[in-house]
Design a protein around this ligand. Structure first.
Ligand code: AMP
Ligand code: MG
Length: 323
């Protein structure tokens, strides 16, 4: 790997203090991190990812005590969730402080914020004292990175330094919840924290129907085609006939179908935690194999299965990432 991949926290802090970009390990996926309060740095994040500017970024904090640096108001339900789940794979969308650059929030009156649960991300946040804007460290619309190598391969020299924290423990992006002034909670993106766990703390959460039937994103940036491999991915009810399998890659769950040109079988468990941790690595692996396409079946719709089905549906969607 290139010399830009390091395990040195102090090097990462130095780059960030100078306004540079760091591939940052978190428990969900690797982030492309930069100082959230430097508009030039934030602009570089969008450029490096080729990300449209209507797709706002998540701001990462060292602790929930820092919430007021970016959020002007913290409704009671949000505070409860922060107390219970931070650090962890939960993003809260809250009213923003006016000092947060418009580019971070895509001009919205809200800001997305979370406290990551990864020892290196924590050290970088604490030692730098910065609030870090960090979308996933991959080219826009593509597979999310869960290793330093994925970041290197996807972004190359568009990132100044990559902090290698090993493979991500959770493996899918954070769950995003909007809390309004009346403490009403809405799920904007299923993710690494199961909805069941959130509802156990604050009661029912609105789950707007997914945008699979129309092209209105639930949240800005939640476009239908996203998280996509370069090979075409097809969601199937049943595996294709044996005769067609040789040319195909297969993403299976808790079973080992035979005859595929390339196969990754994710382990089955109660809340799909183990499957989630290996989901993006599996898609990266299948994408690199010499197949003509990838097939997958839906996961059980509970625990982290909800997030995995969301990512699969978007990966299989035909529309271009940025229509
Ligand atoms: P990523 O960091 O690539 O996982 O993407 C972050 C996602 O957070 C975006 O695509 C948006 O869907 C969502 N998001 C960020 N800020 C806001 C906000 N202020 N309101 C609603 N959704 C947001
Ligand atoms: Mg992303």
């Amino acid at each position: 790997m290139s010399p830009r991949v390091t395990d040195s926290v102090s090097s990462a802090v130095a780059v960030l203090r100078q306004g540079g970009l760091v591939g940052l390990p978190t428990e969900t996926v690797y982030g492309l991190a930069g100082d959230a309060f430097r508009p030039m740095t934030v602009a570089r994040i969008f450029a490096a990812k080729n990300r449209p500017e209507f797709d706002p970024l998540i701001v990462h904090l060292a602790t929930s005590a820092e919430l007021r640096r970016v959020a002007r108001d913290v409704p009671e339900a949000a505070q409860k969730l922060a107390d219970r789940f931070w650090p962890g794979p939960l993003t809260l969308v809250l009213p923003r402080q006016s000092e947060v650059p418009d580019l971070v929030t895509s001009g919205l009156d809200t800001v997305a914020v979370r406290v990551p649960d990864h020892p290196l991300a924590q050290l970088v946040l604490r030692e730098s004292g910065l609030c870090l804007a960090a979308p996933s460290a991959n080219p826009f619309g593509g597979l999310s990175p869960t290793t330093a190598e994925h970041v290197e391969r996807g972004l190359g020299d568009r990132v100044d330094l990559i902090l290698d924290g090993g493979p991500c423990r959770v493996g899918v992006e954070s769950t995003i919840i909007h809390i309004d002034a009346d403490n009403r909670a809405t799920l904007l993106r299923p993710g690494g924290l199961p909805l069941e766990a959130i509802e156990a703390v604050i009661g029912p959460v609105d789950t707007p129907t997914t945008n699979s039937d129309d092209d209105r994103p639930m949240a800005p940036g939640m476009l239908l085609r996203h998280y996509a491999p370069s090979h075409s991915l097809r969601l199937v009810e049943d595996w294709p006939p044996l005769a067609e399998r040789g040319e195909l890659g297969c993403l299976a769950y808790g079973e080992v179908p035979t005859g595929f040109g390339s196969l990754v079988s994710l382990p089955a468990d109660d809340d799909l935690t183990a499957a989630a941790a290996r989901f993006f690595p599996a898609l990266h692996q299948l994408d690199e194999s010499t197949v003509t396409g990838i097939v997958a079946r839906r996961f059980p719709e509970h625990g982290l299965g909800r997030a995995l089905n969301d990512r699969l549906t978007r990966a299989a969607a035909k529309e271009p990432a940025c229509a």
